[in-house]
Design a protein around this ligand. Structure first.
Ligand SMILES: *Cc1c(COP(=O)(O)O)cnc(C)c1O
Length: 384
């Protein structure tokens, strides 16, 4: 039986040639290709700066660092996400809290955020940073969230791991019109891949500079930043505690080559999403909602069944037929590590209800229509 995964990278001969060229060159890392990849992604997003790193997890960590997140600070994010969206704040010694999601989209709910901010202001416990997550590739209600940022004085990091190529009604995700920083992931299940990899976009040159320094040990050679006069041309200084979070030339070459096909990938994902909508129209499940004018990158196709038991039964029926269904996401606050911090089931009911009913169906550019028909047929049979 041929297995249909829920997601899969598409690697072309051109991608392989691009990587091979780097392997035969002088530089495997810290060479010329990462800056070219950064510029290409930044140009794509219509934003001045892109800083490439070795994963979105690292990108989120650095984003918190450059915004000055530290002990005593609060960072809020969506419970309906991968654990990395919250762990970044804990790396910095800050406290994490969550804002429940909107039931239709699974995205951080601006009304819930407004209520939580009003309460937090009374206790003097406002967040320093809020990290909305564009779940499944559908942009969050960023205008409303940015308006609250203006009123309550927090900074915004968009976790756009699912949303490279998605658009707001008035711009491109990553252009930072609503955020201080936007983070992308290039893990193989995401929109394009570098194997492992991530990237931060921003408009502020000081943030870009800090990101570049922190991804490479906190070291600078910039004469304007040296605290002593240079001992010679070899001289550098470590001026803060950074990391080795660099992206290699090998990864960046793959990313550059993949980026050329991003629009094609998303166009294909959109065709398949429309096909799912038609194929699944009369089944007892909720299809992913979409607003007019909205442009999702369609990273995931997540349907919601009537309840947990039906979801579990359908999941197993699909798996038995070689269909790699998945579930996104187990709410972060219900993970044992987060329960140790004081969170529990019941804290964020909309995210929990989403989790109990969610089922991710296979969606990736080279998914054949016959295979998609097989998925829909198996789903129909399991629900009969
Ligand atoms: C994949 C993902 C991450 C982490 O990305 P890596 O590149 O694997 O570190 C973070 N947030 C979300 C929402 C993701 O889907």
């Amino acid at each position: 039986m041929r297995v249909i995964p829920y997601a899969r990278q598409q690697v072309s001969d051109a991608d392989v040639r691009a990587v091979e060229e780097v392997l035969r060159s002088d530089w495997l890392t810290q060479g010329p290709v990462p800056p070219r990849f950064e510029k290409a992604v930044a140009d794509y997003c219509a934003v001045p700066y892109g800083v490439a790193v070795n994963s979105a997890t690292s990108a989120l960590h650095l984003a918190c660092r450059v915004l000055g997140v530290g002990p005593g600070d609060r960072v809020w994010t969506s419970p309906n996400s991968f654990v990395a969206s919250a762990n970044c704040a804990l790396y910095c010694g800050a406290d994490v809290d969550f804002v429940d999601v909107a039931p239709d989209s699974g995205n951080l709910c601006p009304e819930a955020l407004a209520r939580k901010l009003a309460a937090a202001q009374r206790y003097g416990a406002l967040p320093k940073v809020v990290i909305p997550v564009h779940f499944a590739g559908r942009p969050c209600a960023m205008a409303a969230i940015a308006e609250l940022a203006g009123r309550y004085g927090f900074r915004i990091v968009e976790d756009a791991s699912h949303a490279l190529g998605a658009r707001y009604p008035d711009g491109r995700v990553g252009d930072c019109r609503y955020a201080d920083l936007t983070v992308f992931s290039f893990h193989p299940v995401k929109l394009i891949t570098t194997g492992e990899g991530g990237l931060v976009t921003c408009r502020d040159p000081a943030l870009a500079d800090a990101l570049q320094r922190l991804r490479s040990h906190g070291i600078t050679r910039d004469p304007g930043r040296l605290t002593r006069s240079a001992h010679g041309p070899w001289y550098y200084e470590q001026i803060e505690l950074g990391y080795n979070y660099r992206m290699t030339d090998i990864q960046a070459a793959l990313g550059l080559s993949q980026l050329r096909r991003l629009d094609e990938f998303i166009a294909r994902r959109r065709v398949l999403a429309r096909r799912y909508r038609d194929l699944l129209a009369n089944l007892p499940l909720d299809l992913p909602a979409q607003d007019p004018g909205e442009y999702s990158a369609w990273h995931l196709y997540v349907v919601r069944l009537a309840d947990h038991d039906i979801r579990a039964r359908v999941f197993e029926a699909l798996r038995r037929q070689g269909i790699g269904a998945n579930v996104h996401y187990i709410p972060i606050h219900t993970q044992p590590y987060y329960r140790e911090l004081g969170f529990d089931w019941g804290d964020f009911p909309a995210a929990e209800d989403h989790y109990r009913r969610a089922l991710t169906l296979p969606l990736y550019p080279q998914l054949a229509e016959a295979d998609q028909d097989r998925v829909a047929g198996a789903l129909r049979e399991a629900l009969a």
